[in-house]
Design a protein around this ligand. Structure first.
Ligand code: HEM
Length: 205
């Protein structure tokens, strides 16, 4: 087994476990925006009460995400036209790469906006107020909202379409029938995650 094969499999696996599972958990937490500032801040802050929180974040989220992103960016730059793909599969192939790069920029902006900025300004903990004020800002609010909508859309598409490509990478869906089933699962995942995230954002729109 060569190193490229192992890295490729690790890249594929980290997209689902743990990064994909974290994405689902993270988007679920955002539904608490509808419960108001007090509940939302408590739900988010309670995670950080644990002395293991930073270790969990580093080992389960940041390290796998950095690996997936760096290797994903390398795969993106090696990408080339796939003459044996039909039009729709080709479109998804390029959208998977484009959304990966978009999500990378979004995650950097999001971590800066939601974590590092408030930490440096010593306002960390009032997450609801910080998000709501950012969205309502008369000068930059529209840009912030647009970045969040595109970032969420990119992430839900990338993960949902990734479920389908993951099943191909691992040889899980080999027959046309099972491939159709994976595509249906992928479309349903995309719709559920996107609708739920936009509903969450509507609370502070
Ligand atoms: C929210 C964060 C992310 C999640 C949940 C995620 C998830 C996934 C999943 C499940 C796959 C399918 C794996 C496969 O085809 O075997 C995948 C593929 C891919 N990801 Fe990500 N990913 C994320 C972020 C990124 C970032 C930041 C990049 C790069 C800049 C990236 C680049 C790629 C590429 C290029 C593929 C296609 C691999 C291929 O077709 O062989 N991903 N991702």
């Amino acid at each position: 087994m060569d190193a490229h094969f192992i890295y490729r499999r690790l890249h594929s696996l980290t997209g689902i476990v743990p990064v994909g599972l974290f994405l689902i958990y993270h988007l679920y937490i955002q539904l608490y925006l509808h419960s108001g500032a007090e509940v939302y801040n408590e739900v988010v802050n309670s995670f950080y009460d644990s002395p293991l929180a930073l270790w969990v974040l580093a080992l389960i989220v940041y390290i796998p995400l950095i690996f997936h992103s760096v290797y994903g960016a390398m795969i993106t730059f090696e990408a080339q036209a796939q003459p044996n793909y039909h039009y729709f599969a080709h479109l998804l192939y390029w959208l998977q790469r484009l959304s990966g790069i978009g999500v990378l920029f979004f995650i950097i902006a999001h971590v800066w906006n939601a974590q590092l900025g408030p930490l440096m300004a010593d306002t960390w903990g009032t997450h609801f107020e910080h998000l709501a004020e950012g969205f309502a800002d008369p000068e930059s609010g529209l840009v912030t909202k647009t970045v969040y909508v595109l970032g969420v859309l990119g992430a839900t598409f990338h993960f949902a379409n990734g479920i389908n490509t993951f099943s191909i990478t691992w040889g899980i869906a080999l027959t046309p029938r099972s491939q159709l089933r994976m595509r249906v699962i992928s479309v349903i995942t995309f719709l559920v995650l996107t609708v739920s995230s936009f509903y969450a954002l509507a609370a502070i729109w």
